[in-house]
Write a protein that binds this ligand. Structure first.
Ligand code: PNS
Length: 169
């Protein structure tokens, strides 16, 4: 059985991520979507929130399993019995970072290959960071994220704004 791991921060999941998940899940028997739990970063959504959003969004995708991971990605890939990492590419600006990461992972485990999948053109122009910024300023993110993420982002942004107005008190 051929499996692969699609890792990321998913803070939050965008339609670009979903496009990669759908494409990758068609070429392997099992796709693990691996959500990074990194205590040294302060994401907008907790790892539990990010995992639960993805589980809800992907509930009809039988060969996709959502998990969280911490530590080295190659260790997680081995732990699920896979040897393939999938990453999405939006263009040349992603390439140098992704290429460096692929080579770092290969230096850690030469049996693990990174496969790049290009996102569809409609998803090339935005990232999770931009989605958060647009949502903060009440911009239209309808075509950028799944509905459940949109609702949760709007709630988070209201809390953030309220905290800013009270000076975090
Ligand atoms: O969505 P992102 O933030 O671009 O995903 C980055 C991710 C999670 C794939 C990367 O940060 C990662 O693999 N982190 C785990 C730590 C690790 O294995 N580092 C060595 C490879 S650079």
């Amino acid at each position: 059985m051929k499996s692969a791991v699609y890792p990321g921060s998913f803070d939050p999941t965008t339609n670009g991520h979903l496009d990669i998940i759908k494409r990758a899940s068609k070429i392997v028997d099992k796709l693990y979507v691996a959500v990074l739990d990194n205590p040294s970063k302060t994401p907008l959504f907790t790892v539990e929130e990010r995992v639960s959003q993805l589980k809800e969004i992907l509930k009809d995708h039988d060969n996709v399993k959502v998990m969280s991971f911490s530590g080295l990605l190659v260790d997680f890939v081995r732990s699920v019995g896979s040897n393939i990492i999938v990453r999405g590419l939006r263009g040349v600006t992603d390439f140098s970072y992704e290429f460096q990461m692929a080579l770092s992972n290969r230096s850690l485990d030469s049996n693990i290959e990174t496969l790049f999948i290009s996102a569809d053109t409609q998803y090339l122009f935005f990232s999770s960071s931009q989605v958060k910024e647009i949502a903060f300023f009440n911009g239209n993110i309808d075509n950028m994220v799944p509905d459940i993420v949109k609702t949760e982002l709007q709630k988070k942004m209201q809390v953030l704004k309220a905290q800013q107005e009270t000076g975090g008190k």
